[in-house]
Design a protein around this ligand. Structure first.
Ligand code: CTP
Ligand code: MG
Length: 235
C-alpha cells in the first residue's frame, strides 16, 4: 500500500507581505495561516503524517503547533530558499520515508486547502511515476511586457493562453524522485516549485485541476480573499 506524507516548507520571511513577522503566522480566518494547511492534512484520512519545515531560529512554531498535536512533526532545518527548505526537510526524513512513499509538498501560505482537494490530487495522479500537482487553467489574456520609453512596462505581445496553467500546491512525487530532482537542480533560486525540478529530469507531472480557494497568500490584499474562501469549508 502506497503511503502519503505531507511536507510543508514554512521557513520564509514573507518579504512581499511586509507584515510584522513571517506571513505563515498571521491570523487568517481565526487561526494562524500555517494551521489551516496543517489541519487540512491532519483531517485527511489518506495522509500518514505531516512534516513542517521551519527556520532553525523560529521562536513561534511551538505555540502554533504544540508538541502534543497528533499527526505532525516540526523539522527545524529551513534554508535560504524554498527549494533548500524542501530539500533539507527531505534529507532529514532519510530513514523515515521509503523510496516509493509519496510526498505532497505544500506551501504553508495556502490556507484554503481541503481534504477534498488532497483526495483529488491523490486520485488524479494515481500511480503515474512522474507525479503531479494541483493547478488552474489560466483564464486571463496573458501579456509579455517590455520597458517602455519612460522605463515603465508596456505590452509587447499577447501570449496565447491556451495550454497555460498556474501551478498550485500540493505537488506530489515519490520520495526518491523528489530527492533526486531537487538534489540535482542547478539553481535553487530559479526553482519556485517542485515540479520544475522534476521536469528538468525529463518527467511530465500531471496537472490536476484545483480550486481558486487554494490561492497563495503573497500580498496583503490576498488575506481578505483567503478569508472569504475560508468562510466556506468546502466549495
Ligand atoms: N519558504 C521556505 N523557505 C524559504 C522561503 C520560502 O520554507 N527560504 C516557504 C514559505 O514559508 C512559504 C512557501 O515556501 O510557505 C512559498 O514561498 P513564498 O510564498 O515565496 O513565501 P515567502 O518566501 O515567505 O514570501 P516572500 O517571497 O514574499 O518573501
Ligand atoms: Mg519567497
Amino acid at each position: 500500500m502506497t503511503k502519503y506524507f505531507a511536507l510543508l516548507p514554512a521557513a520564509g520571511v514573507g518579504a512581499r507581505m511586509a507584515a510584522n513577522g513571517p506571513k505563515q503566522y498571521l491570523t487568517v480566518g481565526g487561526k494562524p495561516m500555517l494551521r489551516h494547511a496543517v489541519d487540512a492534512f491532519r483531517a485527511s484520512p489518506l495522509v500518514a503524517h505531516t512534516y513542517v519545515v521551519v527556520s532553525p531560529d523560529d521562536g513561534v512554531i511551538d505555540s502554533v503547533l504544540p508538541a502534543d498535536l497528533d499527526g505532525v512533526t516540526v523539522l527545524r532545518c529551513g534554508g535560504a530558499t524554498r527549494m533548500d527548505s524542501v530539500l533539507n526537510g527531505l534529507r532529514a526524513l532519510d530513514g523515515r520515508l521509503g523510496a516509493g512513499d509519496m510526498v505532497m509538498v505544500h506551501d504553508a501560505a495556502r490556507p484554503g486547502l481541503t481534504p477534498a482537494l488532497i483526495a483529488q490530487l491523490i486520485e488524479g495522479v494515481g500511480d503515474d511515476p512522474a507525479g503531479g500537482l494541483l493547478a488552474l487553467p489560466v483564464v486571463d489574456t496573458m501579456k509579455r511586457s517590455t520597458p517602455g520609453a519612460d522605463g515603465l512596462s508596456v505590452s509587447a505581445a499577447t501570449v496565447p493562453r491556451s495550454g497555460l496553467w498556474s501551478a498550485q500546491t500540493p505537488q506530489m512525487f515519490s520520495y526518491a524522485l523528489l530527492l533526486r530532482a531537487l538534489g540535482s537542480a542547478p539553481d535553487a533560486n530559479a526553482i519556485t516549485d517542485d515540479a520544475s525540478a522534476v521536469e528538468m529530469l525529463g518527467y511530465a507531472p500531471r496537472l490536476i485541476e484545483g480550486h481558486p480557494r487554494n490561492l497563495k497568500v503573497t500580498l496583503p490584499a490576498d488575506i481578505r480573499i483567503a478569508e472569504m474562501y475560508l468562510a466556506y469549508k468546502e466549495d
